[in-house]
Design a protein around this ligand. Structure first.
Ligand code: KIV
Length: 272
């Protein structure tokens, strides 16, 4: 007997169908508890390889491994039930050949049960995107500032600031669309360029430091919560979670030191 899941997750084709409609809301998520909270409000959760910098203290996303992505992907899939979960392919896991990309993407899908993967690159990744989509793996593309290329780009710089630099980025957008990507992240690019790409493509554009006119937006959750020590200028902080955590930890430390810590209920029964 087949068991129907009660709540159906948003799918990659459902995200594509939102092109030009109600803006697509998304955030990164790396753990199950924050995924559970965000799941109520977002259309997709991205297990971004930014977790290497945000959670693990690396300077770039380059040291992130496939195992690390799978571990966080499992946590986010367990914590959420409604949003599409997209897991980033880390640096070194897909660039070499479409076949290697498929093997690693299939591992991500099998071991996390996420609904799609994301990889960075435009024209140069078109053949790989096509290969994965043809074999049943929905791919979100990522162009503009592609942080895994930080050493080639010479830093985390916004792209396409001068109009004469737009052509290759527009070509990247068309190439990933023709290859079968279901949506494309536009990271750190001049707003008029992001608008032009959004108008030109039949698939949704998801902006981060790009333009409010993109079909959707994504932010790193810790950045918008006010938990990251440094954030890019375009990030609006919607909370002061870092300050709240520090306040709570300070109060706890004060209570322990004064021996007024309320730890005298000798039971592990849960509070109502
Ligand atoms: O890794 C990540 O968090 C990302 C987003 C910034 C789009 O790729």
């Amino acid at each position: 007997m087949s068991v129907q899941k009660q709540i159906k997750r948003i799918t990659a084709p459902a995200i594509t169908a939102r092109k030009g409609g109600e803006p697509i809301v998304s955030l990164t998520a790396y753990h199950s508890h924050t995924a559970a909270i965000a799941d109520q409000y977002v259309d997709f959760l991205l297990v971004g390889d930014s977790l290497g910098m945000v959670m693990h203290g690396y300077e770039t996303t380059l040291p992130v491994t496939l195992d690390l992505m799978i571990s966080h992907g499992q946590a986010v899939c367990k914590g959420s039930k409604r949003a599409l979960v997209v897991v980033d392919m880390p640096f070194g896991s897909y660039e070499e050949s479409p076949q290697i990309a498929f093997r690693n993407a299939a591992r991500i899908i099998k071991e996390t049960e996420c609904g799609a993967i994301k990889l960075e690159g435009g024209k140069r990744m078109a053949r790989t995107i096509n290969y994965l989509v043809d074999r049943g793996i929905p791919v979100m593309a990522h162009i503009g500032l592609t942080p895994q290329s930080v050493n080639v780009l010479g830093g985390f710089r916004s792209q396409g600031r001068e109009r004469d630099l737009w052509k290759p980025i527009l070509e990247d957008a068309v190439a990933v669309t023709e290859a079968g990507a279901f949506a494309v992240v536009l990271e750190a690019m001049a707003a008029p360029l992001a608008v032009e790409i959004t108008k030109a493509l039949p698939i949704p554009t998801i902006g981060i430091g790009a333009s409010a006119q993109c079909d959707g937006q994504i932010l790193v959750m810790e950045d918008m919560l006010g938990l990251s020590p440094r954030v890019p200028k375009f990030v609006k902080e919607f909370g002061k979670v870092g300050e709240a955590i520090e306040g709570a930890i300070k109060s706890y430390a004060d209570e322990v030191r004064k021996r007024s810590f309320p730890g005298d209920e000798h039971t592990y029964d849960m509070k109502d």
